[in-house]
Each structure stands twice: as structure tokens, then as C-alpha cells.
Design a protein around this ligand. Structure first.
Ligand code: ZN
Ligand code: ZN
Length: 340
């Protein structure tokens, strides 16, 4: 399934185009400096046609697979797999996210096609094809360098889109889905998804990037994009100590202004936007991720918060325990704080 997801994720975002583009460039002139190329428009057209055909085919294929495996066959067993087991997106929002998911997909495919065409036609980039072209230590080092740069940039883009103006006019579209599903991975406003996609290709313009680490990481990132939006309790593996479980981003959709990171939970910890057990978050709390202390809530708001947290599946957390649960505390600690 992971292999299928990786292929799907790469194709969905049109990055396969750039792989093809770089490979063509390599085969056409070896020296990587004077690639054979049709006119920019003809090249762009063919890149786009393939991107759309394969991209949409795989989008429906892979997301359809997860939908069928969990959301259809897993009905009645939600406690086993679903992050928010008693809640489903209303039908009209399911179709809404597919509509916007297809729109976002089109945008990412076009952006990738433009970049790929630029490279094929000999435009400036620092991508290299032969491992020997730069010292091998740099080939190793660029994996963490690209990963950290892309993930940190995405964290700040995302966090900035939670400020009042940008949230209201752009990012709120993605937050209609309080229970995200795989279809919502690209259901993002075209302006925002363009910025994200452009930020992902920045490394190829600023330092030497071998295509294997670049696309290997693109696959990793997009695979986790799907997983984090799946609404399914996927957990990070042992070899990924930096990677949050899918519940991390599910929390972001349920509570809105918190947990802005994607592939490293440490950005939120460093910058104080990680979810804290003694704070509550929702669309009305501070868009910068600081939340509201539970001790400042009215008794009624506290009850609502307890109910909200009870909707989370403990099985989506490590050791099958919800570290944010207030069910046991309500009659003791928290109530005491409220009275004070
Ligand atoms: Zn968000
Ligand atoms: Zn999301």
C-alpha cells in the first residue's frame, strides 16, 4: 500500500513531470546545458495533458481505494480505525472537497508543468543528474537540508494563512472539513496551493540538488500529505522520530488554530503553536496558535470542550490513550480551576 501511495502521491502533484523533464534533458544532451526542446508552449501543452490524465486517474484511484477500504468496508468498525469515530463529513462537504481537490490538483499540475517545461527548455536550475558531479557528502547532506527547508517553509506559509485576513479569504476553504478525508489533501484555495507548490521547488534554484533526493523527498512529503488528511489512525514508524502521527493534522482540522506543521512536529514545539492539554482551540481562538486557557472558560464552554475531546479516538494516539482527555478531570482538577 505504501508503494501505491507513494506513486499516487507523486503523480497527483504533477511532480512526475519534472522527473520526466530532467530525464529528457539528460538524455538529449548529456551536458545538461543545451537541451533539445520544442517551443515552450508545445512542451507545456504535452506536459499538461499527461499531468492531468495521470494525475486525475491516480487521485480517484488511490483516494477511492482508501475510501473503499476504510470509509465503506470499515463502516461500523470506526473505533478501530477512524480518528473521529463518531463523526463523518456531511455528504455535501464530501462532494465539495472532491470538487476543490480536483481544482487544487489542476493548479499543482499546471505549476509543475511550467517548472518542468522551464527546465526542459534550458531555463536556469541547479538540478544535477550525475552523483559524481558534486562531492558525495553533499549528496547525503542534501536529504536533511531539502527536507528541513521545505518543511519549515511550509510551516510558516501555513501558519501565516491562519492570520485573520488570509484565513477568512483563502485558508478557511480547507477548514470546512472538520473531519478530513484523503480527498481533502488538495482541497486548498488555488492561491495558497500555488504558493505551497512554488515553495517546494525553491531548492532547485538556490543550491545544487540531485534529482534523487529531491524527488525522493517529494514522494515522502506527498505520501504523508495524503496520510495526514486521511482521517485514519496511521502512526509514524520507528525510523521517523520527527514525524507526527496522522492524528496531529486531524487535530488541526478539528480545532483549527493549532498544530501548523506537517512532517516535523518540532516546529510547533519550538514556536509555541503545538496543542497544549490545558488550552482549548477553535475557529474563534487566536489564529497564531496560542489558544485559550481552560481555566478561563465558562462552565458551559468547558462542557463543550470536554465533549469535543471525547470525540477523538484514543486509538489514534500512542499507547491508545488520549493525552488531552478531560473526562476524568472534569469533576476534580479542571472544575476546581474554573471555580477559582
Ligand atoms: Zn490550516
Ligand atoms: Zn489540512
Amino acid at each position: 500500500m505504501i508503494v501505491l501511495a507513494l506513486i499516487a502521491a507523486a503523480f497527483m502533484n504533477g511532480n512526475w513531470l519534472a522527473v520526466v523533464a530532467h530525464t529528457q534533458k539528460y538524455h538529449h544532451d548529456g551536458a545538461l546545458s543545451r537541451p533539445a526542446c520544442r517551443s515552450f508552449f508545445d512542451e507545456f501543452k504535452s506536459q499538461c495533458i499527461w499531468a492531468m490524465a495521470v494525475g486525475y486517474g491516480v487521485y480517484f484511484g488511490f483516494c477511492g481505494y482508501l475510501e473503499w477500504k476504510y470509509y465503506v468496508r470499515g463502516r461500523g468498525k470506526e473505533l478501530e480505525w477512524k480518528c473521529q469515530p463518531r463523526r463523518y463529513l456531511p455528504g455535501h462537504l464530501v462532494w465539495d472537497q472532491i470538487k476543490w481537490g480536483c481544482t487544487g490538483l489542476m493548479v499543482t499540475n499546471v505549476v509543475s508543468a511550467v517548472v518542468a517545461t522551464h527546465v526542459v527548455c534550458g531555463g536556469y536550475s541547479r538540478v544535477y543528474m550525475s552523483v559524481c558531479q558534486y562531492p558525495f557528502w553533499w549528496w547525503i547532506l542534501q536529504w536533511p537540508v531539502i527536507f528541513v527547508q521545505q518543511d519549515y517553509a511550509t510551516y510558516w506559509i501555513h501558519r501565516t494563512f491562519h492570520t485573520k485576513f488570509l484565513f477568512k479569504h483563502f485558508h478557511s476553504l480547507h477548514h470546512r472539513y472538520f473531519q478530513p478525508t484523503p480527498w481533502s489533501v488538495t482541497a486548498i484555495h488555488p492561491f495558497e496551493i500555488t504558493l505551497v507548490q512554488l515553495s517546494m521547488v525553491v531548492p532547485i534554484f538556490i543550491y545544487p540538488v540531485h534529482w534523487v533526493p529531491f524527488y525522493g523527498l517529494a514522494l515522502y512529503t506527498y505520501y504523508h500529505g495524503i496520510i495526514q488528511h486521511s482521517g485514519i489512525n496511521f502512526k509514524a514508524r520507528r525510523w521517523q522520530p520527527w514525524q507526527p502521527d496522522s492524528m496531529f493534522h486531524d487535530n488541526h482540522h478539528q480545532y483549527c488554530h493549532v498544530n501548523f506543521g506537517f512532517n516535523c512536529y518540532m516546529w510547533d514545539q519550538i514556536h509555541g503553536s503545538a496543542r497544549k492539554p490545558d488550552c482549548c482551540y477553535n475557529e474563534r481562538t487566536d489564529g497564531w496558535g496560542s489558544g485559550r486557557p481552560l481555566a478561563s472558560l465558562s462552565e458551559n464552554d468547558l462542557r463543550l470542550e470536554i465533549r469535543e475531546r471525547a470525540a477523538e479516538n484514543p486509538k489514534a494516539y500512542r499507547d491508545n490513550m488520549n493525552p488531552y482527555s478531560l473526562l476524568d478531570e472534569f469533576s476534580t482538577t479542571v472544575k476546581t480551576k474554573t471555580v477559582e
